[in-house]
Design a protein around this ligand. Structure first.
Ligand SMILES: [Zn+2]
Ligand SMILES: [Zn+2]
Length: 154
């Protein structure tokens, strides 16, 4: 918890209660949260903090690379703690992010990149889909009605 406190102050930023709260909230969950979810949680703890303040601080933390954003097609942007170099399996429904623990930037990919002559300064690799929980919910929802079942629906 003190790591980002140090990081913020090392960069000349104050550890305001709002910033600390946002980082605490993001670190207490495996999920990537939408700005709205972060705002709601902040205000649950500290109702005096306005949503505008939350969003402004979120953007600052993003600029400082302490928070990362996840753009999911057709869904609100989600935010998570930026823990250095990581790749994730991301649930597009609830934002759960599971660390992969491996980096694909190796072996054949690394070789191709090197041969391309590109000077690489960053790379992104996330696998999007549905976590087991959301996947299960989806299956239940999609179950075709009546096919071979005993349940009667009309
Ligand atoms: Zn999920
Ligand atoms: Zn990597």
């Amino acid at each position: 918890m003190s790591a980002w406190v140090e990081e913020l102050s090392a960069r000349g930023y104050k550890i305001t209660p709002q910033r600390r709260l946002i980082l605490d909230i993001l670190s207490s969950t495996q999920r990537h949260l939408t700005a709205e979810e972060i705002g709601l949680r902040v205000r649950e703890i500290e109702p005096s903090i306005s949503l505008a303040t939350v969003y402004r601080n979120l953007n600052l933390l993003l600029e400082l690379d302490m928070v990362c954003r996840l753009d999911i097609p057709d869904a609100p942007v989600r935010y998570g703690l930026h823990n250095g170099h990581n790749h994730h399996l991301v649930c597009v429904n609830c934002g759960t992010a599971v660390q992969l623990g491996v980096c694909p930037m190796q072996g054949e990919i690394k070789r191709i990149v090197e041969e391309s002559g590109f000077e690489v300064n960053s790379h992104h690799f996330e696998i999007m889909g549905y976590c087991p929980e959301c996947s299960e919910k989806r299956k239940l929802q999609q179950k075709p009605a009546g096919k071979g079942g005993t349940g009667v629906e009309d």
